[in-house]
Every structure is written in structure tokens, then in C-alpha cells.
Design a protein around this ligand. Structure first.
Ligand code: FAD
Length: 372
């Protein structure tokens, strides 16, 4: 028998936890089912033996322009107002990235004003060969920065990341590469940025800490779906799995993360260094920069892209996007019944930043509550 005041949330990542909180605060009883032995999904982090907070699934920096989302997360965490800086190791030098005035000074030995940077980039683009409108990833980048900067920073990084020729990848991936004419070398320019001072896991534990929420860890939803008897389900697991792979499996890129601790105070000058052209890893992240944690030793993470394993990045090929479209038609039909909501990076097969996942989760559950 269905319990009218019971909702099930599948997944205790950000999408599921934000939805659970909104439902719980409106008086609905919520059971959160999580197949892992911990909450927080891909945002999971933990302190290692050096007392340094490491991010289990790769580095996560919170950034948003959405005030509602920022206020929401600040209810559950204090933030260290960290602003992310990235360097790119190219031609034997650490060069500021994303491309800005200092990048151009370092690469070409030119000291330009803001207006001159604009002219310089237009000239770089004008002397380059590409299709307009862009037909692929290469065209999309070259149309913004020209061939020389594309070759130095983007071409080989993309080949490592996707194991595909950039000319076979969708221009969508490079729709908005950040390029600055000024000297702002921050990786993100959002109004609100930071890292939860006690970590993402603690923030999500607090989100789920409500008398109306029960969390069941190490439980696969599909093993117990029949016995739950909930009137409404928020699903944040894989889209293809929900529909029994009816239209085939959706493809993901994965990562091998190698965590290493070195007997030195710092490994690199900023949190993340990209390696577009050298070595097999794409980037190295040093965690202690995020929270300013003090230790005589330091822990870093080398990222090696791979094709199978934990699903990290959706693959924007025509084939996958066609499958997604078919699955999303099923989703629309089910959501129209008011009995299921599909939210998050896996359930919508969509690349989402953390703030976008929360925004989507808040808006979908609030709309559902209003319609109820
Ligand atoms: P998830 O966190 O994956 O949560 C889904 C949960 O559902 C998981 O815990 C899973 O175990 C559970 N689940 C699945 N199937 C079942 C089942 N059958 N039964 C029970 N439970 C199930 N975003 C940023 O804003 N800033 C960043 O710097 C950033 N860095 C990133 C770095 C990397 C390497 C990656 C891959 C992503 C990054 N992101 C970043 C994106 C961010 O990780 C996601 O937006 C966010 O974690 C998605 O949350 P989610 O709840 O949709 O998915």
C-alpha cells in the first residue's frame, strides 16, 4: 500500500540531499537510499592521516552566481572564501590559465593593454583555419583564441581527456572557454566561491540531519524498490539503469585518481596545475591550498582519464545524445504523473556543476510541492 506522506530519494549526493531537505521541511517523511557506504556522492571528501582534506572523486570547488543556492549551502556549512587558481605547464613553464593578459605576456613575450589583447586575439583568429560556425571542438576553440594557443593549451589536453580527435568532438564542449583580456587569473569569476570549511561530506550530513529524514546506506534502490511503498520518488541514479537500458547504455569517461603524499610542505604553487602536453596525467591537484591546512607533508592527486570505471563525464557524441533524448521522453512522461522526479548529473545525463545540481533540485522539488 502506498504511504501518501512518504517520499523516497535515490542517492545521497547533492541532488538527492537537497531534494530530501526541501521535502522534509515541508513535512514529508523521506527515506534516502544510497548504495555507497557514505553520503555526498561525487562531492565526498575526508581528512587523511596528514590532517589534509582530500576529495575522493577529484577536486571540487564551489562557485555560483545564484544567491538562493549560496544561501542554501551556507545554512549547512561555513565557507573558506577560496578562489581557484590554475597554472598550465607548457614549454617547460608554469603559465597562468585560463588565457588572460599574463598568459599572453608569458607565451609571446608581449606586454599588452586590455584593448591590445582583444586586437591580438582577433588577429590570431583571423590568421587561423577553422569552420565558422564551428563544426567541432577544434573549430570552437580556434574561433576564440586562434591556432597557436589552441595547440599549446587545448589540443593535447583534449586528446588525453577524451581519447578522441578534437575534430570529432562536439563544439558544445568548448562553447564558453574562459578568455580574459584583463589580468584576472582566477579560474572562476562567480560572485560566490569557496570550499566548506569542514568539507562537503559534513555539509551534506547536516543537510540530511532532519527529523523527517532517514538515510539507508549500502543499499541499492533496485533491490528494495517493491517494498518501499512510497507515493513519490526522487531518482538521482543513472538514467539508462532506471529504464532497464531500453535504448542501450549511455557512455561515460572515467578517471584513475592517484593520491600521493610527499615529504615536503608544498608540491606546487597553486592548487591545480594542468599538463596539456607532457606526461600521461591531465592535471595535479594539491589539496592543502583549498582550506589552508597546515602540515609538514602534502597530498596531491594525479588524474589519468580512462574509458571505463566510475562514471565521471558524459560523452557528448551524437549516438549518446540521441539515446539521451529517447530516455528523456520517458522521463517527461513519468514526471507528468507527479510520482517521480529525475534530478542530477546521472539521472539527466548532463554535465552539471554543484550549484546547478542544487538549483535544479530546489526548483524541481519546490514545483512538485506547489502542484501537490
Ligand atoms: P552524485 O554525486 O553522483 O550522486 C548520485 C548518488 O546516487 C551517488 O551517491 C550514487 O552512489 C547514488 N546512486 C546511484 N544509483 C543508485 C542506486 N541504484 N541505489 C542507491 N543509490 C544510488 N562541480 C563544481 O561545481 N565544481 C567543481 O570543481 C567540480 N569538480 C568536479 C570534478 C570532477 C572530477 C567531476 C567528475 C565533477 C566535478 N564537479 C564539480 C561536478 C559535481 O561533482 C557534480 O555536479 C555533483 O557531484 C553531482 O551531484 P549528483 O547528486 O547529481 O550526483
Amino acid at each position: 500500500m502506498k504511504n501518501e506522506n512518504l517520499s523516497v530519494v535515490v542517492g545521497a549526493g547533492l541532488a538527492g540531499s537537497a531534494a530530501a531537505r526541501v521535502l522534509a521541511e515541508s513535512g514529508i517523511r523521506v527515506v534516502v537510499i544510497e548504495k555507497l557506504s557514505h553520503v555526498a556522492g561525487h562531492c565526498h571528501d575526508m581528512k587523511n592521516e596528514e590532517g589534509i582534506t582530500v576529495h575522493t572523486y577529484g577536486p571540487h570547488i564551489f562557485h555560483t552566481n545564484n544567491r538562493e543556492v549560496w544561501q542554501f549551502v551556507n545554512r549547512f556549512a561555513d565557507f573558506n572564501y577560496y578562489q581557484h587558481r590554475v597554472l598550465s605547464y607548457a614549454d617547460g613553464r608554469m603559465i597562468p590559465f585560463p588565457i588572460n593578459r599574463d598568459t599572453i605576456a608569458e607565451v609571446f613575450g608581449l606586454t599588452l593593454s586590455t584593448n591590445e589583447v582583444r586586437t591580438f586575439l582577433s588577429e590570431e583568429v583571423a590568421r587561423s583555419q577553422f569552420s565558422n560556425p564551428p563544426r567541432n571542438f577544434r573549430d570552437a576553440v580556434v574561433s576564440q583564441v586562434g591556432e597557436r594557443l589552441y595547440e599549446l593549451f587545448f589540443k593535447n589536453y583534449t586528446i588525453k581527456q577524451w581519447e578522441r580527435d578534437p575534430e570529432l568532438l562536439s563544439p558544445e564542449i568548448a562553447r564558453r572557454i574562459p578568455v580574459r583580456e584583463n589580468r584576472d587569473s582566477r579560474y572562476f569569476t562567480d560572485k560566490y566561491q569557496g570550499i566548506p570549511s569542514e568539507g562537503y561530506t559534513r555539509m551534506i550530513e547536516r543537510m540530511l540531519d532532519h527529523p523527517n529524514i532517514e538515510v539507508r546506506l549500502s543499499t541499492d534502490y533496485f533491490d528494495i524498490v517493491e517494498e518501499l511503498g512510497a507515493s513519490m520518488t526522487v531518482y538521482t541514479g543513472p538514467l539508462d539503469r532506471y529504464f532497464g537500458y531500453e535504448y542501450g547504455e549511455l557512455e561515460y569517461r572515467s578517471l584513475e585518481l592517484e593520491f600521493r603524499t610527499f615529504d615536503q610542505e608544498f608540491y606546487q604553487p597553486v592548487a591545480t596545475v594542468n599538463y596539456p602536453n607532457d606526461y600521461d596525467w591531465t592535471r595535479i591537484t594539491e589539496f592543502k591550498h583549498f582550506l589552508g591546512e597546515m602540515s609538514k607533508r602534502t597530498t596531491v592527486c594525479f588524474e589519468y582519464p580512462k574509458s571505463s570505471g566510475e562514471p565521471y563525464y558524459i560523452v557528448m557524441s551524437d549516438d549518446n545524445l540521441e539515446k539521451r533524448e529517447k530516455y528523456m521522453k520517458n522521463v517527461a512522461e513519468l514526471e507528468a504523473t507527479g510520482k517521480v522526479l529525475f534530478i542530477g548529473r546521472l539521472a539527466e545525463y548532463k554535465y552539471y556543476n554543484m550549484d546547478q545540481v542544487i538549483a535544479e533540485s530546489l526548483s524541481k522539488t519546490q514545483q512538485w510541492l506547489q502542484a501537490k
